[in-house]
Design a binder for this molecule. Structure first.
Ligand code: SAH
Length: 389
């Protein structure tokens, strides 16, 4: 079957080098509409000029995602193996152990595909119809380049509905879903099939290491702790007291198991963060270090104002329980709130407390989450650290 061609009458975004083309930029005639969702296509201008090779989903708002800026690029196991080799070279330059995000979608030239590596176990997250069609090629490439023992497919991200895909989790190879993650010298436990997203948040690795530098002899509140990524490292770095606060009982049970494995003590508290912060304030309890890493408050553009208010409130409430001379971190994983807006909301929330705050670090995810330069949304993680008087 010969490859179909999708025409961009203007091709403004494609000319600028964007890896995403929206449906309103495409000549959506009967021929285009008849292309099966997820098909690999050539992308050209009306004059025949080449815009690239990508996959097409006429049902999705982001109708085209490009693999390459050349036409006729063959998308097969060899293609993914080459992308894998490139991604590995970047990670291997920095990480001494094979625990990292191996593929970060558009940032690694593989739109819609995320793979996290835990030694010889991999979790593969597929978000689009186009990538769903490539599962066989992807697993062949993984077998050639990495020979993993276990591969778990997480095809359960809510955004899959936008692509007309169903939700499922499947073990493609091997067995076992509870594994050890080695990060910053801690051996964490992660549940790769039942846990959130791919089971572990590698994006906060550098931020966890940053805060650990301050943790010795300090008390730490890890709010929205999930399985204790921040809290456990702080405990290992010599914190005197670590409270992991989350609404998920299974996540907290894993945090406690990880603490035992590492021979450190944490206190797991199952509660709503906003309610618990209010209670702590009333009781006049405080911590030297307060970390707030919530789920996305701005899930879509229409939630921006409500979400922005929630970040402002969280910054204020987290600072309210931060001891004099302490440090507070507020993070956002919402790609729908721009970094300047997030910083402005945090600043407004902190100023409400009447305390002087100094911004000591502003950061995102580590190098295993590369960002496509023309897709600023892919730099979704923002973390701000303030020293308070
Ligand atoms: N900081 C974590 C990741 C946090 S993910 C890490 O370093 O790995 C966000 C977490 O917030 C999830 O574990 C979720 O269960 C929790 N959560 C969401 N809403 C909450 C709420 N209102 N109160 C407490 N926890 C909440």
């Amino acid at each position: 079957m010969s490859r179909k061609t999708v025409i961009l009458p203007k091709g403004r975004r494609a000319r600028a080098g964007s890896p995403w083309i929206f449906s309103n930029e495409i000549r959506m005639d009967e021929a285009a509409k008849a292309i099966a969702p997820g098909s690999v296509v050539n992308v050209r201008g009306e004059d025949g000029r080449a815009f690239g090779t990508g996959y097409f989903n006429p049902k999705s708002l982001i109708a085209l995602r490009l693999f390459s800026e050349e036409c006729e690029v063959v998308i097969d196991a060899e293609f993914f193996a080459a992308r894998l080799t490139r991604a590995l070279a970047l990670r291997d330059a920095v990480y001494d152990k094979p625990f990292y995000r191996l593929f970060h979608a558009e940032g690694d030239g593989v739109p819609g595909l995320v793979i996290d590596r835990f030694g010889d176990t991999l979790t593969v997250q597929i978000g689009t119809a186009g990538m769903e069609k490539q599962i066989t090629a992807i697993t062949m490439a993984l077998d050639t380049v990495l020979k993993p023992k276990t591969v778990i497919l997480r095809a359960d991200a809510p955004s899959r509905t936008l692509e007309g895909l169903d939700s499922y989790v499947k073990t493609l190879k091997g067995e076992g879903h509870r594994i050890a993650v080695e990060e910053n010298g801690v051996r964490y436990v992660a549940d790769l099939t039942e846990g959130q997203k791919t089971g572990w948040y590698y994006d906060q690795r550098d931020n966890r290491a940053f805060i650990a530098q301050f943790a010795k002899d300090k008390s730490v509140l890890d709010a929205f702790s999930y399985t204790g990524g921040f809290g456990l490292l702080a405990a290992k770095a010599g914190a005197t007291e670590v409270v992991c606060l989350d609404s998920s009982a299974p996540a907290l049970a894993i945090a406690e198991e990880s603490a035992r494995t590492n021979g450190v003590k944490i206190q797991a508290v199952k509660a709503d963060v906003f309610e618990e912060l209010a209670r702590l304030k009333t009781e006049e309890e405080s911590f030297d270090i307060v970390l707030a890493d919530p789920p996305p408050f701005v899930k879509s553009k229409k939630d921006l104002e409500a979400g922005a208010r929630a970040y402002r409130k969280l910054a204020r409430m987290a600072a309210d329980v931060t001891a004099p001379g302490g440090i507070v971190m507020v993070a956002s994983c919402s790609h729908n709130i721009p970094p300047e807006r997030f910083a402005a909301e945090c600043a407004a929330g902190l100023s409400r407390t009447g305390r002087r705050a100094a911004l000591i670090r502003q950061s995102g995810a580590g190098i295993d989450h590369p960002v496509h330069p023309l897709l600023p949304e892919s730099a979704y993680l923002k973390a701000l650290f303030y020293a308070l008087d």
